[in-house]
Design a protein around this ligand. Sequence first.
Ligand code: SER
Length: 381
Amino acid sequence: MNSAEIRQRFLKFFEERGHVVIPSASLVPEGDSSVLFTTAGMQQFKPYYIGKANAQKDFGSLNTVSIQKCVRTSDIEEVGDESHLTFFEMLGNFSFGGYWKKEAIEWAYEFITKDLGLQIDFVSVFGGEAEVPEDKESREIWKSIDPNITVKKFGRADNFWGPTGEEGPCGPTTEIYVNGIEIWNIVFNEFYQSRDKTLKLLEVKGVDTGMGLERLVKVIQKTPTVFETDLFESIMKAAGSRIVADHVRTSCFIITDGVVPSNTDRGYILRRLLRRAYIKNKNVNLVVDAVIINPSYNGLYIFAPNIKEVVTQELEKFEKALNAGLKQVEKGADPFVLFTSYGLPLEIIEEVTTIDKEKFMKQIKEHKQLSTERGSQKFKK
Ligand code: SER
């Protein structure tokens, strides 16, 4: 089964069970300044969980299903990690006061075991922590479906989700493990967490599920990692390494949603992704082509000219800055000039030169302090 079929099956399964299909929201969250990028399927539905919008009125149903594009770069320094994807798609079904635990769990079980023919290793439920009690109801539902299923109990770190950003809906989860990995997270949104971290019961209970497409495809296609699935196969051929494949794929989607490289926020993440990819593989443009022609991403095709233009311009600029900076270093300048005068991030300087990291970090710290002081002086004027 290829990834396009998996997406379609998921949508169809929930559509047949009273869910309205909603397109993916943009990667740039609208009206939610607490996060840089969309990080979960539920994000576009936040107002419906907290009673600020009415799903019945807007969608004609209390239940929706979507495949959401997500970008997660919780810590910018982690960008480039071999084991994490910065972009992924999340399959999710949602309810805003419609169904509750029984239907959510039964449908998840049915979809995984019958439609996809996968075998569940075990499931987990919230074991209770602080003021939130153990989720006995979910355990009983799992046992009523399959008395032999192993139900593990985990605490807040594993089986409690949300909120996205500083505040919002959140709640205990039940999670499904297949082939040793957690593939489906079913969140029972019962609470609203405020900025001061206190929890209040929500007036309407909601269901928010999230199943990462890449992981699911890996399990179904029985590949060693996500990078051998049909989502990545052709991209890997052009990219040569996981980091390049990941970063270029993510960049294509970010650009499609209107982000351009810059020195702040989203633009800076895009800049870092593209520069890092370029350092590892000068043929970023060929990797861009491989992403665009991947049949699983046929929606990107119409954005191809824009994606290519943004990537080419950014990398031409970067190549010039990099070469000019490296020439200075060859002539004996401290690699620190790459940071101060050419604006290259530390991780890139580390890759292209040899540096004394401790000394370098000290220099960066002093430099930052100085620029902040200068900045605040400017502000005062
Ligand atoms: N919001 C939860 C998650 O991201 C479930 O969708 O895992």
